[in-house]
Write a protein that binds this ligand. Structure first.
Ligand code: NAD
Length: 255
């Protein structure tokens, strides 16, 4: 039995992971981290703790869907007490990403801004389209629910990276995050990544390739957060068998 610890257990995705683990063969929930007390019922055999070392010690693998500052604390604790880590938290800053890379030298770490199979494939398609459609303008739009804290979404940024890579561009040099006022014409290489927020939208990403006379739009819509929770559980089952290193969801899916 693979023992899974959940960090961010009371969140939208965390709660689904706890639920989905109940019907996952060969895996069980061993521990959840809470800051205060848990606000929902849980099997009494599960360790409920506000101590990161206890969470790490009780688990074969940790799944994290929290917030960047919280993920940073988890990474710092894991550097002292290594354990396979599936990180789904988005909006990590440069320091937090560096911590994640440092951790991956000591333990297997899978970092994915989107755990769904569809988006993993979309990234491949975007890379190919960006290469093949060299003259087309690339624009990305993402839509999420009103509670989402980071913008643009981690998924949109990863898609933008795939697009930039297809053209051998550095995303930091070409990314635009808004247009307003008399800003002049679009430049050839720029890639806009625009974020819309509202209602209960789980996640919608459109990568458009626009040219004179035609355009292609590649779209992915998540209709349920279970695509993320189930994807993260699948990633955890795969990660416990890997040696230290930094992995992507494509590695796990063999894409
Ligand atoms: P949420 O706000 O519902 O849950 C956040 C969780 O983090 C809560 O359990 C909260 O208690 C916990 N938390 C907050 N601050 C903490 C701290 N200081 N210490 C410990 N725990 C803390 O958010 P959500 O919608 O479940 O999303 C969580 C993260 O996952 C976000 O970054 C979101 O963008 C990301 N996300 C990733 C994917 C993916 O596939 N990779 C999919 C959906 C969401």
């Amino acid at each position: 039995m693979i023992k899974v610890g959940v960090f961010g257990a009371s969140g939208r995705v965390g709660k689904l992971i706890i639920d989905d683990l109940k019907s996952t063969e060969g895996m069980e929930l061993s521990a959840v981290y809470v800051r205060r007390e848990l606000d929902f019922a849980i099997d009494p055999s599960v360790l409920v703790t506000s101590d990161l070392d206890s969470l790490l010690n009780a688990s074969d693998v940790i799944i994290d869907f929290s917030l960047p500052e919280a993920c940073e604390k988890l990474l710092e604790a894991a550097l002292q007490n290594p354990k396979p880590l599936v990180i789904g938290t988005t909006g990590l800053n440069t320091h937090q990403l560096n911590l994640l890379k440092e951790a991956s030298q000591k333990m297997p770490v899978l970092y994915a801004t989107n755990m769904s199979l569809g988006v993993a494939l979309l990234n491949k398609l975007v890379y190919q389209a960006s290469q093949a459609l060299a003259d087309f303008d690339i624009e990305i739009v993402e839509m999420h629910h009103r509670h989402k804290k980071d913008a643009p979404s981690g998924t949109a940024l990863t898609l933008a990276e795939s697009a930039a890579k297809g053209r051998e561009l550095n995303l930091d040099d070409v990314r635009i995050s808004g247009r307003d006022g008399n800003i002049g014409e679009r430049t050839k290489d720029e890639i806009a990544v625009m974020a819309l927020r509202g209602g209960d939208i789980v996640g919608r990403h459109t990568v458009g390739f626009y040219n004179d006379g035609e355009f292609i739009e590649l779209n992915h819509t998540a209709t349920s957060r279970n695509t993320f929770s189930k994807g993260a559980i699948r990633a955890a089952a795969w990660l416990v068998q890997q040696k230290e290193g930094l992995y992507s969801i494509s590695d796990c899916l063999g894409l």
